[in-house]
Ligand binder design. Structure first.
Ligand SMILES: [Zn+2]
Length: 329
C-alpha cells in the first residue's frame, strides 16, 4: 500500500508499514477451493501486514496438504520460518530499501481431526502417527484442530470425546499445544455450554496440556478455567459483528496476555467483508477492532494491544519448545 508524501517539494511514494500481525488459524486449502488463488491470498496477506499464518488441519488429507504447502511457501522465503524470523525488522527494512517484493507470510501448520469429521475414526491412528512424525519440524506448531461440536451434529458425540481424549493424550506425550474447537450454538447461550464442561472434564485427565480456544464465542467465564491453565483465547471475525456484544465483553475482560486473533478463513469474514470469502489478510480488521475495543473499555494504548497480541501469537508458535514431554504423566 502506498501513499503520496507531499511534505517535500516533490511527491514521493512512501510505503505504509502495517502493524505486523499473525493469523493464528486459517484453512488456505478451503480458501483456494472457494475461489481465491494462493497468489492473491499470499500477496493480500503480505500487504495487510500478516507476517505469518498458521494453517490448520481438519483431517489426514489437509494435514498432508499443510506439510506440502508449508514446505513450498517457506522455500519461497528462503526457509526463514522460525517465529523470530517472522518479526525480523532487519529483514523488513532490507526489503523496504531494495523494494524487493514481499515473499509472503511464513507458514506454520498443525495436524489433527476436526470434531465434525469424527463420525469416522478409521483414519485417526494414521493421523496421530503423522503428528508424531511431524513433531520435530520447525514449521509444525500444534495438534488440532480437535474439539467438541454439538451444534452441527449430536450424532457422534462419543466419537468426538474419544478423538479429543486421544489428541490431548498425544499432546501431553509429545509436548504440543492443542488447537481446540468448541461449539454449542450459533449464538452464546449460558444454558447451552455443554462442550465447555465436557472438554474441561477430558482435559483434566491430561494435566499440563495447554493450547488455544480458537474462534472463541463464549464469555470470559467459560474461558477462565482454560486461561488459569495457561491457555490462549483466539477471536475470529465474529468479534466485529454488531450482534456480538457478549463475545466483545469477554474480549474486554480477559487478560490481554492470553489474546490472539485469527480468520478461520474461508469462514466468518470480519466487517467490512462479512459474507465474503475470508482470507488471512482480513485478520487485520479483527485486530484493529480488538485494539479499538480495548482502548475504549480498558484504556489500553491500541499499539500496545497490537504488539501484545503479536507477541502472544509468537509465544504460541514457540510453545512446543517449552513444553515438557509427559508420557506416563
Ligand atoms: Zn478452523
Amino acid at each position: 500500500m502506498l501513499f503520496v508524501d507531499r511534505t517535500g517539494s516533490q511527491a514521493v511514494l512512501v510505503p505504509i508499514v502495517q502493524a505486523p500481525v499473525i493469523d493464528t488459524h486459517c484453512h488456505i486449502d478451503l480458501v483456494i477451493e472457494a475461489g481465491i488463488s494462493e497468489e492473491t491470498a499470499v500477496s493480500e496477506a503480505g500487504a495487510a501486514g500478516v507476517e505469518a499464518w498458521i494453517q490448520i488441519a481438519t483431517g489426514l488429507k489437509s494435514a498432508r496438504f499443510n506439510a506440502d504447502f508449508a514446505d513450498r511457501r517457506n522455500a519461497a522465503r528462503g526457509n526463514k520460518i522460525p517465529a523470530q524470523a517472522a518479526g525480523d525488522e532487519a529483514d523488513r527494512s532490507a526489503s523496504r530499501a531494495t523494494g524487493a517484493s514481499n515473499p509472503g507470510p511464513a507458514v506454520y501448520w498443525t495436524a489433527g481431526m476436526h470434531p465434525e469429521a469424527a463420525d469416522d475414526l478409521s483414519e485417526l491412528d494414521e493421523l496421530l502417527q503423522f503428528v508424531r512424525d511431524s513433531r520435530e519440524r520447525d514449521d509444525f506448531v500444534a495438534i488440532g484442530e480437535t474439539g467438541l461440536d454439538y451444534f452441527h451434529t449430536k450424532e457422534f458425540v462419543e466419537n468426538q470425546k474419544l478423538s479429543l481424549d486421544r489428541h490431548f493424550a498425544l499432546a501431553k506425550e509429545l509436548g504440543l499445544p492443542v488447537v481446540l474447537h468448541l461449539r454449542d450454538d450459533r449464538v452464546y447461550d449460558p444454558a447451552n455450554i455443554q462442550t465447555v464442561h465436557d472438554a474441561l472434564e477430558i482435559l483434566d485427565r491430561h494435566p499440563g496440556v495447554v493450547g488455544v480456544l480458537h474462534c472463541y464465542t463464549y464469555t470470559e467465564a467459560e474461558a477462565q478455567a482454560f486461561v488459569d491453565r495457561g491457555w490462549f483465547v483466539s477471536y475470529s471475525g465474529i468479534l466485529t459483528f454488531k450482534n456480538a456484544k457478549t463475545i466483545q465483553q469477554g474480549a474486554i475482560r480477559l487478560p490481554l496476555e492470553c489474546l490472539m486473533v485469527e480468520t478461520d478463513a474461508p469462514f466468518l469474514a470480519p466487517l467490512p467483508h462479512r459474507g465474503k470469502t475470508n482470507q488471512p489478510g482480513y485478520v487485520r480488521h479483527t485486530l484493529e477492532f480488538l485494539a479499538r475495543l480495548r482502548a475504549e473499555h480498558c484504556g489500553e494504548d491500541p499499539d500496545t494491544v497490537k504488539s501484545t497480541v503479536l507477541a502472544n501469537s509468537k509465544r504460541f508458535i514457540e510453545q512446543k519448545h517449552l513444553l515438557k514431554r509427559g508420557a506416563g504423566g
